[in-house]
Design a protein around this ligand. Structure first.
Ligand code: C5P
Length: 286
């Protein structure tokens, strides 16, 4: 039996733009993604002798079969590599909120792929691992790569970008969740009232200008929110009032992130918001 534990980081969207609806039911996107220091812990054991894939998570409501992206990732790995599965156990300690726009499920799937690569097939190129990840979910390739990247296509076409300048990022998730397919279903691309300046964001990252990066954060999903709008706007306001350079929703929400230059302000913002929203976290770009 062999075992490996990896940290699986959450992601935020510095920008999220929807370009068009595709004939395959997906949408072409353009987004700048960033991993942050809020982690699930994913332990993978191989050679457990059963020939099956078992998933255990610290949250009872999560599926432990094919409905879990960690399970799907493991199956996709064996299918793509042709390696025999001599029994696999995956244990996930969840710290990233679920249905939150933080890629919690995708990052667990990505960690399983990385662990299987390291344990069973170290010569498998990262590129191939990302290809397998794309079959598991649109955000999985980015979660494998991590750091700062432009994601296009469904989200699987990646270009690594210069790292986000050092800063503090407060994540705050309201109680409700948002279903990604349901939110995509609300989008009328031609009616979107704005598009984030992705090129400007690339330039700001290249120049290492945190204030410009913050100014250019933007997510088109914010314009199709309905009942969720008021609470998300309230969190954005609270973060701004507490000194955030900017605050925006990540992914399909509902988590809002605030970008801070100073640790002290970020700490006190997180403390303040935690009184009302228990799922509030102080993180950094990683
Ligand atoms: O790829 P993933 O399984 O994470 O996508 C979940 C759902 O989100 C898709 O079934 C689709 O409804 C929507 N989606 C989309 N366009 C994308 C990514 C996801 O419409 N680029």
């Amino acid at each position: 039996m062999r075992e490996l534990t990896l940290r699986a980081p959450a992601k935020i969207n510095l920008t999220l733009d929807i370009l068009r609806r595709r004939s395959d039911g997906y949408h072409d996107l353009r987004m700048v993604m960033q991993t942050v220091s809020l982690y699930d812990l994913v332990t993978v054991q191989t050679e457990t002798g059963t020939g099956d894939i078992y998933v255990r998570t610290s949250l009872a409501e999560l599926p432990n079969g094919p409905g879990n992206l960690a399970w799907k990732a493991a199956q996709a790995f064996f299918d793509a590599t042709g390696l025999e599965n001599n029994g696999l156990e995956i244990a996930i300690v969840k710290q990233i909120p679920v249905c939150a726009g933080l890629a919690g499920g995708s990052t667990d799937g990505a960690a399983v792929l990385k662990a299987l690569q390291q344990l069973l097939l170290p010569e498998l190129p990262e590129e191939k691992l990302e290809e397998i990840g794309a079959q598991v979910g649109s955000d999985v390739p980015f979660c494998i790569r991590g750091g700062t990247a432009l994601a296009e296509g469904r989200g699987e076409v990646l270009t690594t970008l210069p790292s986000m300048p050092e800063c503090w990022i407060v994540l705050c998730k309201p109680e409700f969740g948002i279903s990604t397919p349901e939110l995509f279903g609300r989008v009328r691309v031609e009616a979107l009232p704005f598009h984030p300046d992705t090129e400007g964001m690339r330039d700001a990252l290249a120049a290492g200008e945190l204030r410009t990066v913050a100014q250019l954060t933007g997510n088109v999903f914010e314009s199709v929110l309905m009942t969720e709008k008021r609470e998300i706007a309230a969190i954005v306001r609270a973060l701004r009032d507490a000194g955030a350079l900017a605050a925006a929703m990540t992914g399909s929400g509902p988590t809002v992130f605030g970008v801070f230059e100073e640790e002290e302000k970020a700490c006190s913002a997180a403390e303040q918001l935690r009184g009302r929203y228990t799922q509030t976290y102080l993180t950094e770009p990683v």
